[in-house]
Structures are given as C-alpha cells and as structure tokens.
Design a binder for this molecule. Structure first.
Ligand code: S3P
Length: 185
C-alpha cells in the first residue's frame, strides 16, 4: 500500500487536549491560553452544562443535587467529545464517575493539573459559584487517587501559569508528533 493510502484511524488519538484537576488548579485559565497557542477551540465543560441546563451550576446542585449535576456533566462530556481540535477544561469532580475516566482517555490527551491543598484553599476560598467548595479538605483527600490515574501530571503550585502552559504545549506537541510517527510506520 502506498504511504498516502494508509488508513489514518487506528493509532491516531483524537485531537483534543483535556484538562482535569481539583477546583482552583487553574484549568480554565491555562486552558484558554493553550487553546490560543494551539489555535484550537476552548471549551469550559461547566459552561456547556449550565448552557444546556438553562441555569447556573449552583442552581443545578440546589434543584437536582450532585447526582443530577453528574448526569448532566457526563452528557456534556460525551457531546463535547464528538468534536476534535479542542482544549476542554473539565470540572474538578468529573473524575468521581469511573466511566468518565475512560471517556476522557479515549477522547484525547488528558493532562492533570496538580496543586497543594494550601494553594487550592487560597484560590477557591468560599466561592459561592462552587457548591462543593465548603468540603474542600475532605474532597481533596478523597480524590487524590482519582487524579493519580492520569499519566501526565503538571504541578501548578509555583503560580506561574505561563510556565504551565508552555510545559503542556511542549508535551502535547511531542505526543502529537509521536502519533504521526506511528501513522507513518
Ligand atoms: C466541582 C467543580 C466545579 C464544578 C462543580 C463541581 C467539583 O468545577 O464542576 O461545582 O466537584 O469539584 P471547577 O473545578 O472548575 O471549579
């Protein structure tokens, strides 16, 4: 088969960059910058959820509880992953539903932003737009092993978001180059 005729599908992972991490780890800010650098679309999953529900996140929690929110979150994730060339910033609790982990790993390159509890406390405080911010300490411990499931872990504690963006941008380009190499073989 000629080089040009080889099917592209098999080894090529979907061209999406997915950001996960605890509340306040900087997913949205870093994600916006990465999208600009890659010239991809930026998607804030919480915004998709709120738009589709026709109400803000705190109202969803109030009226439908966390279960209702998680259902909406998974539907938004599935819908978003139908497209490619996007940087997707996910809500901190997306990792609490095991099926979401598989969806994300199959849907693009996942990078986990890490921050210490102290940093998160300072960044999040008592944000009224984050209904679960009141349980910061408890959730932080409980979710640690969930975030650890991702291969690419990026420390954001230094506070320099430009450095975080550069690091992910570099790693992402390496991953994409590797995928192209695999296609060529
Ligand atoms: C949540 C984090 C929030 C939002 C919702 C639930 C969580 O997103 O999805 O309030 O369970 O950690 P951010 O991580 O962007 O704050």
């Amino acid at each position: 088969m000629s080089e040009l005729m080889k099917p592209l599908s098999a080894p090529f992972p979907p061209e999406n960059l997915i950001l996960v991490g605890f509340m306040g780890s900087g997913k949205s800010t870093v994600g916006r910058r990465l999208a600009r650098a890659l010239q991809w679309r930026f998607v804030d999953l919480d915004e998709v959820i709120a738009r589709d529900a026709g109400k803000p996140i705190p109202k969803i929690f109030e009226e439908e509880g966390e279960t209702g929110f998680r259902e909406r979150e998974q539907a938004a994730l599935k819908k978003t992953l139908r497209r490619t060339f996007q940087v997707i910033a996910c809500g901190g609790g997306i990792v609490t539903v095991p099926e979401n982990i598989a969806l994300m790993k199959n849907g693009g390159h996942v990078f986990c932003l890490r921050a210490s509890l102290q940093t998160v406390r300072t960044r999040v405080g008592k944000d009224p737009n984050r209904p679960l911010a009141a349980h910061l300490e408890e959730l932080f411990e409980k979710r640690k092993p969930m975030y650890a499931q991702f291969e690419h872990q990026i420390d954001t504690d230094m506070g320099d978001q430009k450095r975080v963006v550069r690091e992910i941008y570099y790693q992402m380009n390496c991953l994409r180059a590797k995928a192209w190499e695999a296609v060529k073989e």
